[in-house]
Write a protein that binds this ligand. Structure first.
Ligand SMILES: [Zn+2]
Ligand SMILES: [Zn+2]
Length: 649
């Protein structure tokens, strides 16, 4: 406890200089210099020239210039050094997606007239969003501040972090900083959107730092279910911000590239102002299992298996795909892939060296019948039971090349994403009905999560020791769990910020506070339409879905106030017309009566005529059937006789 208080006191003291050094401050009284030299060291090995310039800076910097007021004006010579703070300016942290929800991750960091965007994801629509293809974050705030937006940084290549880019890039032509595999997968995605040209990719690798105006962003390696995933350590004028992105700690990763815990520890030592951390598994105790465990399970399933093996996995889990290819080789099986995203990943993954398929090992799907069952593996998409995915088509007998039967063993190496359970288990039932042996997560360890569980999250919190903490990437319950983990590691609840979409956290001058919220929410994408499906359209879709639609058409002469063509009723999703001819005839009579009634009143215009038809029909149908279909009156009007003659063929 006492250690905590001294730390806190020291923190307050350091605040004055805006340079926080948690350890080593006592031995080196010049805190500003300590921070500087450390940061230089981390960026690149310090050169003699740089040392000289630092020494010069120290000499010319009078002691009192370290006080807040002067420091604001103090411009540090070394380019790699901390960005100088501007008086009265605070760092604004704005989540536009990924908090209070799983998916469509997007976070905005704003300082003065500069904005950087972290991730640009999408999410799949839930059942209530009828007909919607995908959901992306509302970027109204960014559009209003378009000239401030400097770049997008992508942490990794999952859809919930990159899927919104094709839409985002229509409005913002800014560089995208990401790692090589992420670039490869984003490019694939962009190919589907042909109007996007000249996208400015800036490929970086873990350990690289990008200096961009007031920000300096370092990519830090993490483990996750797609390779080349990174956290971001963002140096800002108000201090260091660490954004973990999706991560877990895998001490035995299959590619041998472990999360850079040392770097996180270094960052923590130097002082981190704000940590934003993945909350997806914050409600799960313990540690996430290593991907190696999955490889071991695959080994077991392959061993002595006489059946054809079909493995469904997320295409983006490149390590797992490589591992399956390796195990197939060991058991002398040929490998074929099915599903477009799987074919794509094989291409991109091989180009970048993440997948190393042996040319003699890979075969076309069309060739599988040439080999005995125990000499073939098919790697396929469809682990989420997505309609039209390859495994789904196999289950429902609509796959052109693969007929599933008793001689198949199917490994579903993924757990259903919440919301997909029903379709996944339906698909599994179909596969089993066909006689196939199906192994899924509940039966064997053939999938592990890519997200840190409680012990890993606490370890990260202890390494980073942030002044402020903001849980991200999760529904509210996940964020809350993550917050309580932080409290367990000793953080004060007042320094933990449970946020919401569009909520602005302002940090600066040793303070953090909520600012005025910005517009946020979801934008629905349906076909080519972005944002044109709103609540009204959805309400209509829902109503049509519930009780169907009735179209009542007729033509009237508004001048002579009479019906020109008799009412005609079309019904969709309401009743089966052939068995309800009487009801249709009655509806036509109701329409006729409504038209005559409305036309009989001199002051009534065409709109009121239409309203009369729809009101009368709706009353009639509710009384008769207790249903409320959507009624569409198509009543065309003609003002004069001559017009009618011209208009009627
Ligand atoms: Zn992810
Ligand atoms: Zn994610």
């Amino acid at each position: 406890m006492s250690e905590k208080t001294t730390k806190k006191d020291k923190k307050e003291k350091d605040l004055l200089t805006k340079r926080k050094v948690r350890k080593g401050a006592k031995t080196k009284p010049d805190t500003a210099k300590t921070e500087k030299s450390e940061s230089v060291k981390s960026a690149k090995p310090s050169s003699p020239a740089r040392k000289k310039s630092r020494a010069a800076a120290k000499k010319t910097m009078p002691k009192k210039s370290r006080e807040l007021k002067d420091l604001d004006r103090y411009i540090i010579e070394d380019e790699d050094m901390v960005m100088p703070a501007r008086p009265g300016k605070m760092l604004r942290v704005i989540p536009l997606g990924g908090v209070g929800e799983i998916g469509k991750n997007m976070t905005v960091l704003e300082y003065d007239d500069e904005i950087i965007v972290i991730d640009c994801g999408m999410t799949f629509p839930d059942d209530e969003l009828l007909g919607v293809d995908l959901v992306i974050p509302d970027t109204t705030y960014l559009q209003k501040n378009a000239d401030k937006v400097k770049a997008v940084f992508i942490t990794h290549a999952h859809e919930d972090h990159i899927g919104g880019l094709p839409y985002f890039l229509r409005n913002f032509n800014v560089p995208i900083y990401c790692t090589a595999l992420t670039e490869g997968l984003v490019s694939l995605r962009l190919q589907e959107h042909k109007n996007l040209k000249d996208v400015k990719f800036k490929v970086r690798k873990a350990g690289d730092t990008v200096k961009l105006g007031s920000f300096s962003v370092e990519f830090v390696r993490v483990n996750h279910s797609v390779p080349d995933s990174c956290a971001l350590a963002i140096k800002t004028p108000v201090g260091m911000v660490v954004f973990t992105g999706d991560f877990k700690i895998d001490t035995t990763p299959v590619d041998g590239e472990m999360i850079d815990l040392v770097r996180f520890g270094e960052l923590g030592k130097k002082g981190v102002e704000l940590l934003m951390m993945d909350s997806t598994n914050a409600d799960r105790a313990g540690m996430a299992m290593s991907e190696r465990r999955v490889s071991d399970s695959f080994e077991r399933e392959f061993k002595d298996c006489k059946k054809r093996i079909i493995v469904a996995s997320f295409a983006s889990n490149v390590h797992r795909i490589q591992k399956i290819i390796e195990i197939a080789a060991k058991h002398d099986r040929k490998v074929a892939v099915s599903g477009r995203s799987m074919e794509n990943i094989l291409k991109v993954g091989s180009e970048l060296g993440y997948i190393r398929p042996d040319k003699n090992r890979m075969i076309e799907l069309a060739q599988i019948k040439k080999y005995p069952d125990d000499k073939v593996v098919i790697i396929t998409t469809g682990s989420q039971g997505e309609a039209m995915s390859a495994l789904y088509r196999m289950a429902y007998s609509s796959h052109r090349q693969v007929d599933v039967g008793p001689s198949d063993k199917i490994l579903i190496a993924a757990s259903p994403i919440p919301g997909n359970e029903k379709s996944v288990y339906q698909m599994i039932n179909e596969l089993i009905r066909k006689g196939a042996e199906v192994v899924y997560e509940r039966l064997a360890d053939i999938h592990v999560s890519g997200h840190a569980c409680q012990e890993e999250l606490k370890l990260m919190l202890s390494l980073i020791k942030p002044r402020y903490f903001m849980p991200v990437h999760g529904e509210y319950r996940h964020l809350k769990c993550n917050a309580s983990l932080a409290q367990q590691t000793g953080m004060d609840s007042e320094n933990i910020f449970l946020t919401d979409l569009g909520k602005v956290l302002e940090i600066g001058g040793g303070k953090a506070r909520w600012g005025a919220s910005v517009p946020s929410g979801r934008v629905l994408v349906d076909g080519y339409g972005v944002g044109d499906v709103g609540t009204l359209v959805l309400r209509e879709r829902r109503l049509i879905g519930q009780d169907g639609v009735i179209v009542a058409s007729a033509a009237v002469d508004m001048y002579e106030r009479r019906i020109l063509t008799e009412p005609f009723i079309v019904s969709r999703g309401f009743i089966f017309v052939k068995e309800a001819e009487d009801l249709i005839a009655e509806m036509e009579q109701v329409t006729r009566d409504a038209l005559n009634f409305a036309l009989g009143r001199k002051d009534v215009g065409i709109k009121a005529v239409r309203d009369a038809v729809s009101d009368k029909l709706s009353d009639f149908l509710y009384k008769k059937t207790k249903r409320s279909p959507v009624i569409v009156p198509i009543i065309t009007s003609t003002p004069s006789k001559s017009d009618i003659l011209r208009a009627t063929p």
